[in-house]
Write a protein that binds this ligand. Structure first.
Ligand code: BGC
Ligand code: BGC
Length: 612
C-alpha cells in the first residue's frame, strides 16, 4: 500500500517533470527562434547600411531642434526624436500629439531602408506632458504603497495613454535611490532603500513594456540614471557621488540588476559623477559592468546634452562618450544655437574615419538600437493607424490613480483619534495654498518641465473638491487660503507644502515649511478649532514644530490629479496603509539620514506609518 503511494507520487513527479520540461523548452525554443530571427534581421540591415545611416540611428534629436526642419529626419537618417520637458507642440492635447508623431514617422519611411523612428518622452507619473492625462503619484508616493502589483498596473495604464499618442518610449522609471532629501529629484525616487527601489522599479518596467513587446500598447522603458544619481554629496543635482565601489554597488546597483532581469530595453546614463569621474565617460561602469558583467542587451542613451559636460571640446566629448559605451545621444539645441545634431553627425563621422571611434563600436550601438526597434514591433507599426483615444485619461485609469493615492498616504500623527472624519459634521474649514491646487498636487514634470502651481491640467479633482464630494449635503465646507475664518468649524483641514519644481531648481538647503504655510497653520491654530495637516511634498520636510501644533498629520507626497483618494482616507472609506519610503529628519543638520545609519534618531523612522 505504502509502496503503491510512493510509486504513484513518483509517477506524478515524472509526469510534471516531463511536461513541465517540455513546455519550458518549447517556450524557450520559441523565444530563441524569434530572437535569433531578429538577430538575423539586424545583421542583414547592418550589412546594408552606410556610415551616415548608422550614425543617424545613434542620433536622438529634441523636438524643438527638428520641428522646423522635419525633412532632416530623412536627410540625416535620424533614428529617434524626444520631447524634452519643455518641448511641447503648439497644442498639448493627445490628438495634436498623435498627428505630430505620425508626421515625423513619414520622414523615416521615406528613407532608403525605411528604418522606423523611435519616439521618446518623459512620462514619469502618467503621460504627464499631455493635457487630460491621468497623473499618478510621483514615485516617492508609490514607494509608500509598497505595492508592486499596483505599480505594475500604473505602468500599464501609463503605457496605454502613451501609445495612443503615437509615442513608443518613456524615460521611466527613475530608479534612483535618493539618499539626501535636499536633492530636488527625491520625488522621482521610490525611496532610500535599494530593495524597495529594485522591487518597484522592476514592476514599473513590466507594466510599461507589457507581456508582449510588440503589442500596440507596449512602451519601451528606460531605467535611469545609471549610476549613483541619488547619492551625490549634499544632494546636489548632477553632482558627485563619493563612495567606495562596494557602497556604490550595494546601494545604487541592485535596481539595475533587476531592471535588466525584468527586460528593460533601455538605460539612461546619469549626469552625475562617481568619485569625480563623469558617468557619461565611464567606460568601466557602462561597458565592462553594465553591458558585459550584467549582460544588458538593450541600448544605452545619454541624458539631455550631457556628453557636452565631458570636456571643452565637443568632438572629444563625442569620442569619449561613444567609446565609453553610449549607443544613442540625446541632442537638444544649445541655448541660442541651431542644428547641434548636425554637428554631432558630422563630428562622429570624422571620428570614425580618423579611426578614433572603431566601426565595431558603431555597429554594436546600432545593432542594439535596431534590435529593440524590431522587438517592439516598430517596423510593423503603421504610422497612419489611428488608435482610439478612449483610454486617455479614462475613468478606469483614474480609478487606478485614486487607489494609488489612498495607498500612498502616510499617517504620521492622529491625536485623540481625530481621524477618520465623520461625513456629517456641521462645518469643515479647509485651508492652505495646496487645498484647491491641482498643480501643487502634481508637482514637477506636469505639462511643463518644472510644473506649475494652479489649474494647469484638465480633469482630476483638487482636495477641496474631493472633500465637498464626500461629505453629506448638510455639511458646510468653507475655505480660506490663509487659514483665517476657521472659527466655529468642527474641524479644519490644512493643505500646505512645496510649490512645484524639477531637477536642479528643486535642490534645497532649507526644507522648513514656507512662512506662508506656517502662517496658515498658525491662523488655524489660533481659531481653537482642532485641525489636521495634509502635506504635499516631494520629500520629507522639517515639520518638527508643526506636528506638535496639529492634531493629526498626513504626508501625501505629490498625489497627482486624483485628489479624491485623499478624501477617501480622511473620511474613513479606506484606512491609511502607507509606510515611509524614507527616513523623516527632525532638523536640517540630520540630513542625510538613512536607515542603517549609526546614530539613527529621525523624527519618524523608515517604514513608519499609522492606521485607524
Ligand atoms: C533629465 C532626464 C530626462 C531628460 C529628457 C534630463 O534633463 O535628467 O531625466 O529624461 O532630461 O527630458
Ligand atoms: C528640458 C528638459 C531637460 C532640461 C535639462 C529642459 O529645457 O525641457 O527635458 O531635462 O532642460 O536641462
Amino acid at each position: 500500500m505504502k509502496c503503491k503511494t510512493i510509486l504513484k507520487a513518483l509517477y506524478l513527479i515524472i509526469l510534471i517533470f516531463f511536461f513541465g520540461g517540455f513546455i519550458f523548452t518549447g517556450n524557450s525554443r520559441e523565444n530563441n527562434k524569434s530572437s535569433s530571427a531578429i538577430e538575423q534581421k539586424v545583421a542583414d540591415l547592418i550589412s546594408q547600411m552606410t556610415l551616415e545611416e548608422k550614425i543617424g540611428q545613434m542620433t536622438q534629436v529634441d523636438y524643438n531642434a527638428i520641428k522646423d526642419n522635419p525633412e532632416n529626419i530623412s536627410k540625416y537618417f535620424i533614428g529617434s526624436i524626444l520631447w524634452g520637458g519643455d518641448s511641447e507642440p503648439p497644442k498639448v492635447d493627445p490628438q495634436t500629439w498623435l498627428k505630430i508623431s505620425d508626421g515625423f514617422r513619414k520622414y523615416a519611411a521615406q528613407t532608403r531602408l525605411k528604418i522606423p523612428l523611435i519616439l521618446g518622452i518623459d512620462a514619469v507619473h502618467g503621460h504627464n506632458n499631455v493635457d487630460g492625462a491621468t497623473i499618478f503619484p510621483h514615485n516617492i508616493g508609490l514607494g509608500a504603497t509598497r505595492n508592486a502589483k499596483l505599480i505594475e498596473k500604473i505602468g500599464r495604464a501609463t503605457a496605454e495613454e502613451i501609445s495612443v499618442t503615437g509615442i513608443d518610449w518613456s524615460f521611466a522609471p527613475c530608479i534612483a535611490v535618493a539618499r539626501n532629501e535636499r536633492w530636488g529629484r527625491t520625488y522621482e525616487s521610490f525611496g532610500e532603500d535599494p530593495e524597495l527601489v529594485k522591487t518597484l522599479g522592476s514592476a514599473f518596467i513590466k507594466g510599461l513594456q507589457g507581456n508582449r513587446y510588440n503589442d500596440k500598447t507596449s512602451v519601451l522603458a528606460c531605467a535611469k540614471h545609471f549610476l549613483g544619481d541619488g547619492g551625490t554629496q549634499g544632494g546636489v543635482d548632477q553632482g558627485n557621488t563619493e563612495c567606495s565601489k562596494d557602497e556604490l554597488f550595494a546601494i545604487h546597483m541592485p535596481g539595475y540588476v533587476d531592471a535588466i532581469k525584468s527586460g528593460t530595453g533601455s538605460i539612461m546614463i546619469s549626469y552625475s559623477s562617481w568619485n569625480g569621474v563623469k558617468m557619461h565617460g565611464n567606460k568601466y561602469l557602462i561597458t565592462d559592468v553594465l553591458k558585459s558583467e550584467l549582460g544588458f542587451k538593450g541600448f544605452v542613451v545619454s541624458d539631455w546634452a550631457a556628453i557636452d559636460q565631458l570636456g571643452s571640446d565637443y568632438k572629444e566629448d563625442i569620442e569619449k562618450a561613444v567609446n565609453a559605451g553610449l549607443d544613442m545621444i540625446m541632442i537638444p539645441n544649445k541655448p541660442g544655437q541651431k542644428n547641434n545634431y548636425i554637428q554631432f553627425v558630422e563630428l562622429l563621422k570624422e571620428l570614425v574615419n580618423e579611426g578614433k571611434v572603431p566601426i565595431s563600436r558603431i555597429d554594436d550601438a546600432v545593432s542594439r538600437i535596431l534590435k529593440i526597434k524590431y522587438e517592439f514591433g516598430l517596423f510593423d507599426r503603421s504610422y497612419t493607424e489611428k488608435e482610439p483615444l478612449k483610454n486617455f485619461g479614462s475613468k478606469k485609469h483614474r480609478e487606478i490613480a485614486r487607489d494609488a493615492v489612498r495607498q500612498s498616504l502616510v499617517l504620521l500623527k492622529n491625536e485623540g483619534k481625530i481621524l477618520p472624519l465623520s461625513k456629517s459634521l456641521k462645518r469643515i474649514h479647509v485651508a492652505g495654498a495646496g487645498a484647491d491646487n491641482i498643480g501643487m498636487q502634481c508637482g514637477g514634470w506636469t505639462i511643463t518641465w518644472q510644473g506649475k502651481s494652479g489649474n494647469i491640467i484638465s480633469g482630476g479633482t483638487t482636495i477641496l473638491q474631493a472633500i465637498k464630494n464626500t461629505v453629506s449635503k448638510r455639511t458646510n465646507v468653507t475655505y480660506s487660503a490663509d487659514g483665517t475664518n476657521a472659527e466655529g468649524a468642527d474641524i479644519a483641514v490644512v493643505v500646505v507644502g512645496e510649490e512645484p519644481y524639477a531637477e536642479m531648481v528643486g535642490d534645497r538647503k532649507d526644507l522648513h515649511l514656507s512662512d506662508n504655510d506656517i502662517n496658515t497653520i498658525n491662523n488655524v491654530k489660533s481659531s481653537g478649532v482642532p485641525f489636521l495637516v495634509v502635506l504635499l511634498s516631494g520629500r520629507p520636510m522639517i515639520i518638527t514644530d508643526e506636528i506638535l501644533k496639529s492634531n493629526a498629520f498626513i504626508a501625501a507626497w505629490l498625489p497627482g490629479t486624483e485628489g479624491q483618494g485623499v478624501a477617501d482616507v480622511l473620511f474613513g472609506d479606506y484606512k491609511p496603509t502607507g509606510k515611509l519610503p524614507c527616513s523623516w529628519p527632525k532638523s536640517m543638520d540630520q540630513i542625510p539620514i538613512n536607515i542603517g545609519d549609526k546614530n539613527y534618531e529621525p523624527l519618524f523612522p523608515y517604514g513608519f506609518g499609522l492606521s485607524y
